[in-house]
Design a protein around this ligand. Structure first.
Ligand code: SF4
Length: 533
């Protein structure tokens, strides 16, 4: 177990570790101790990562708004490997419902370990009426939950805010849990967005008709979060662009946004006391009135952080406000080094816009520009890879004009995602990914003020397998839990993973039981139409 700085953390007893965190938290959430319904909300990673997750924070707050519910947090990666709730130190088996908030495929193995370490059988079929129900929500549950199905009693597919209350009511109506497992599942199965593998064959993704009644914000501030003491508030959901590789655009469609007044009101009402505000939303660049919202906040004395902004939406007034609010790092995602490949990705963004944005940022006190690129998009040539070096070079020359200024480069593999038209596309092999990264890394080595952030190619390939793999991946996950690495586990279970590197055929996908808004045949036509030559 490593701490935030990556150094080995000292072995501390769970209670001291938990108390240290709770003591530093600032929150307006009231816990109804002694409530008849006890829920464990699990984040399958560290406290630091989980507390930076707005979905996890929102679900925790909403469950605790119910007067007869107490929801406690559990983190899967903790010192001493003790899976207990943060608030009361309870074991998983003592709760009525265990809800996993799963945002990232690579946390799936942690989820299985968490159940096992928490003294529950990982497989749903081995659990009994004495055991809590195990549900999974979060973006992964709505993409490809196939590898997860043997481990869960139910999935929450889609947006959770207005399902949480009815779920709690159903659980409260059918008590005690020892006699009502089946009844609870049958009643939960009636809710839109709930998928019970033992009862359903299909599920409709649940969406809020309007965001306004359900503000999403950081309910608990903590200096231990990756977003240290930052009050994050969601300003929009979905995205009005149509990048071909992007799952967020598909699963959170349509693009919706909150009014500026409601955002300001939420901050005024629920901010537990920080001057640092983070505005979140995949399509935040297209938020109407972004400039005036940031301006109002900065004029009120807040400093404002934004998730990545499209280069062609960076205006001089916006930069001035962010600068005044003390922002030091800015993120942009050119994705590709040249216009042609960017067009094929569906990312309508011109080189001139990227360089104009870099120039605008140069005239500010922002010190670090973080740039995200994708490698391995189908049809990518070596010239495309080299164009990343050229674009980084041009941005560097424009932006890095003084000491203490620099670029952070993040290179990520293209991973095919369910519900996108690229779900049939091949992924690059580990070898190809390593080779392309090496080309870029060598190409930019002449620039001194560049930080390089990257992932291991083997990890990206495994993520690809979890992203588009079928039910056989659950066997692999179980073997991994016995200490076998994923490649060995794939071999032992005789799962051919080379399918990931080939274009896949148009037939039922493992996630076809989730009703798609766009008919699969339309997505496939679009894939063929835009396929690389
Ligand atoms: S702009 Fe970002 S969020 Fe929107 S579709 Fe493209 S990658 Fe997805």
């Amino acid at each position: 177990m490593k701490d935030r700085k990556g150094t080995a953390a000292k072995a501390v007893p769970f209670r001291s570790w938990a108390d240290e965190r709770i003591l530093k938290e600032r929150s307006l959430i009231h816990l109804h101790r002694g409530s008849p319904l006890r829920i464990a909300l699990v984040y399958p990673n560290t406290y630091e990562v989980g507390m930076a997750n707005l979905g996890f924070q929102t679900v925790y707050r909403l469950f605790n708004e119910h007067p007869n519910v107490i929801c406690e947090r559990v983190f899967a990666l903790v010192p001493m490997n003790e899976i207990r709730s943060l608030e009361s130190g309870s074991l998983l088996e003592s709760f009525d419902l265990i809800g996993f908030s799963l945002s990232f495929e690579m946390d799936i193995p942690h989820l299985i370990r968490c159940l096992k370490t928490g003294r529950l059988s990982p497989l749903a079929r081995d659990r009994t009426s004495k055991d809590p129900l195990v549900f999974i929500g979060g973006v992964v549950a709505g993409l490809n939950p196939s590898p997860l199905l043997p481990f869960v009693d139910g999935l929450l597919v889609g947006e959770a805010e207005d399902i949480i209350g009815p779920m709690a009511e159903i659980m409260l109506t059918h008590r005690p849990r020892y006699r009502n497992r089946r009844r609870r599942l049958q009643a939960l199965a009636e809710l839109e967005g709930i998928y019970i593998p033992s009862l359903h064959t299909r599920v409709t993704r649940h969406r809020l008709s309007t965001l306004e009644p359900f503000p999403a914000y950081t309910g608990i501030l903590t200096p231990y979060s990756h977003f240290e003491d930052l009050f994050v508030i969601e300003v929009s959901r979905g995205c009005m662009r149509n990048c071909r590789f992007c799952a967020a655009q598909k699963v959170y469609a349509p693009y919706r946004f909150r009014s500026t007044d409601s955002v300001l009101e939420t901050i005024a009402k629920y901010n537990p006391g920080t001057h640092r505000i983070g505005l979140e939303g995949a399509g935040i660049s297209d938020y109407p009135g972004l400039e005036s919202l940031v301006g109002s906040l900065v004029e009120t004395g807040y400093s404002v952080n934004l998730s990545s902004i499209r280069a062609d939406r960076i205006t001089n007034p916006l930069v001035k406000y962010l600068e005044k609010g003390g922002l030091k790092t800015f993120a942009m995602a050119p994705e590709a080094g040249n216009q042609e490949l960017r067009d094929r990705m569906g990312k309508r963004l011109f080189d001139e816009a990227i360089l104009t944005a870099a120039d605008r940022l140069r005239n500010s006190s922002i010190n670090t520009l973080k740039l995200y690129f994708i490698i391995g998009f189908p049809g990518e040539t070596d010239a495309d890879v080299e164009s990343v070096i050229d674009l980084i070079g041009s941005i560097y020359k424009c932006f890095v004009d003084r000491p203490h200024r620099g670029l952070k480069i993040s290179i990520n593999a293209f991973i095919p995602k369910p519900f996108t038209e690229m779900q049939w596309a091949p992924m690059n092999t580990e070898k190809e990914l390593r080779r392309k990264r090496k080309i870029i890394r060598q190409g930019i080595s002449r620039y001194p003020s560049i930080q390089w952030s990257t992932r291991r190619a083997a990890e990206e390939v495994f993520q690809g397998l979890l992203s588009v793999g079928d039910a056989r991946m659950s066997e692999v996950l179980l073997s991994m839990e016995e200490g076998v690495n994923w490649k060995q586990a794939m071999k032992e279970k005789e799962v051919d993973w080379k399918f990931l590197f080939r274009e896949r055929e148009h037939h039922d996908m493992p996630w076809s039981f989730i009703k798609s808004d766009i008919p699969e045949s339309d997505l496939y036509d679009s894939y063929l139409k835009n396929r690389a030559p």
